[in-house]
Ligand binder design. Structure first.
Ligand code: HEM
Length: 510
């Protein structure tokens, strides 16, 4: 008996401790948002959330209103769903809502990269210099010549290019845009004569093709990798792929290239100066590849698909593109020089801009997450206040705004001119409950983690669409083909992907 009591007490203490850690005792305190822990200890709602994030958040909103805290895999996450109050999340100080802590954890698990102190600052400085303003000019030129290499390299020689070519639209778009983006950021195979230039370009094409196919494998594993639920076989495949990328993008390999973008080079250099080992810099190069190439390809697919499914949109965009080309004094001619699409020309396409914004409204669905570093008060636009606990997380899923019928009438339909005013200028006035909104379309996220590549990404999409429209005829194999469902497993990871590819065909116009 003397021994039994301490054992029983120890067991009881361990049990209470375990239940505490599982979140069983957490209760909603006065002033806190409604709390929904779900039925499964610790895991909470994670399965329903993973199955279909949008559906789950809509269900929670109906049950609890536009602010609520849910338990997801050991975390308590407060979701904010009222677009008028988004500013309270986006503009909160970093001492209270921190993006880095969450990001550091994710990149370590998913890319093997151990972040450094000044991480985010270096990224922002380099992005401000090289993905905006004059830097963007250089990037846009690089993208143009790489797109030309991939899409038009045999324009003057191959008669068979004038025959129809069958392909899957998703794989076609993703392949070209990924490879051109990669070459523009990570550089080209060098050459020193006209003859070797052709060989170097060919090498760029074959190397980037190999990279794309490995990238797609990783891409498909990514949602489960990020949630840490890969099977042992998938896990070893993910590890193999990671090693492949670290090697492919290694500092050593990079140094053999020409035209490395200043964006990539500066971030590499900053880490060298910090004394970071090459092997860790290689891992960072993979982080950058992922961030820069995972969304633009899928977005270009949706853009072309929506245009093909909406002839009035296709007509309006094509007319605009032809006009911009004409006004630049250029013309596409068989055997003539390739057109040069400058950044300036890309500033004269409000219709295409609107079609891109509309495409991203329907297909970009990031989940913005912050760690709560201090107890804080969330102040809503209508005056409500909620107490948020230190140690929790806060999140926003802007897609709920993208498809809010009060903000965007008939929200499931693609309307290419939704973001155009009658005078042909960009439309920026959208309302909810009679109040003008600042946050009505957020494909790039917002605040401290807002996509630093958004201007370059938009230009990439425009350049690709522009070249497709002026150089190629393209059409769906089955004009009645329905727009495929999106793959719900990818909610929260940026641009969505289709559940299946869409057969199409294309051929050179000239
Ligand atoms: C259509 C294409 C793209 C979309 C929809 C997109 C979307 C996003 C979103 C939503 C985020 C924020 C994620 C968060 O808050 O957690 C983000 C971050 C980021 N994006 Fe993009 N992006 C695109 C293309 C690009 C390109 C082309 C680049 C680079 C050239 C790029 C570089 C980055 C980087 C480095 C971050 C991390 C930012 C940080 O840590 O603060 N993205 N992107």
């Amino acid at each position: 008996m003397g021994l039994l009591l301490p054992i029983l007490l120890a067991f009881l203490a361990a049990l209470i401790g375990a239940l505490y850690l599982l979140g069983v005792f957490r209760q909603r305190l006065p002033g806190e948002p409604p709390l929904d822990k779900g039925l499964i200890p610790w895991l909470g709602h994670v399965f329903e959330f993973r199955r279909d994030t949008l559906k789950f958040l809509e269900r929670m909103k109906q049950k609890h209103g536009d602010v609520f805290t849910v338990q997801l895999g050991g975390f308590y996450i407060t979701f904010l769903q009222d677009p008028e109050s988004f500013g309270a999340f986006v503009k909160e100080s970093r001492e209270k809502l921190d993006f880095s802590k969450f990001a550091v954890h994710l990149v370590r698990r998913v890319f093997g990269y151990v972040a450094v102190q000044d991480e985010h600052h270096i990224l922002q400085t380099s992005s401000n210099k090289h993905l905006k303003g004059d830097g963007l000019e250089v990037m846009t030129q690089a993208m143009m010549s790489n797109l030309q290499n991939l899409m038009l390299h045999n324009i003057s020689s191959a008669a068979d290019q004038r025959d129809w070519i069958d392909d899957g639209l998703f794989m076609y778009c993703y392949n070209i845009v990924f490879r051109a983006g990669y070459l523009s950021l990570y550089g080209n195979v060098p050459h020193n004569s006209r003859e070797s230039e052709e060989k170097a370009k060919e090498k760029d094409r074959t190397e980037s093709e190999a990279l794309f196919y490995e990238f797609r494998k990783y891409d498909q594993l990514f949602p489960n990798l990020a949630y840490g639920i890969l099977s042992p076989r998938q896990k070893s495949e993910a590890e193999r792929l990671m090693k492949f990328f670290w090697n492919f993008l290694s500092v050593q390999n990079m140094k053999t290239k020409d035209n490395i973008s200043r964006w990539v080079w500066d971030m590499h250099q900053a880490r060298v100066e910090m004394g970071m080992k090459d092997s860790m810099i290689n891992k960072y190069m993979f982080v950058l590849l992922w961030a820069s190439q995972g969304n633009t390809g899928p977005s270009s697919f949706w853009l072309l698909l929506y245009l093909m499914k909406h002839p009035e949109a296709m007509k309006a965009v094509k007319e605009e593109v032809d006009k911009v080309l004409r006004e630049s004094g250029q013309e596409v001619q068989r055997g003539g020089p390739l057109i040069n699409l400058t950044r300036e020309m890309l500033t004269k396409t409000p219709v295409l801009d609107s079609a891109i914004d509309e495409t991203l409204r329907l297909t970009a669905a990031p989940l913005l997450t912050r760690a709560v570093l201090q107890d804080m008060t969330l102040k809503m636009a209508d005056g409500r206040e909620y107490f948020i606990r230190k140690g929790d997380r806060m999140a926003m899923f802007p897609y709920v705004v993208h498809i809010d019928p009060e903000i965007h009438p008939d929200p499931q339909s693609f309307k290419y001119d939704r973001f155009l005013n009658p005078d042909g200028k960009k439309k920026t006035e959208f309302y909810k409950a009679g109040k003008k909104l600042k946050y009505y379309n957020m494909p790039w996220g917002a605040g401290v983690s807002m996509c630093p590549g958004r201007f370059f990404a938009t230009n990439e999409l425009k350049q690709f669409a522009f070249l497709m429209l002026v150089y190629f005829e393209f059409e769906l194999k089955n004009p009645d083909e329905k727009i495929p469902e999106i793959d719900f497993r990818r909610w929260g990871f940026g641009t969505m992907q289709p559940q299946k590819d869409v057969p199409f065909r294309y051929r050179l116009r000239y």
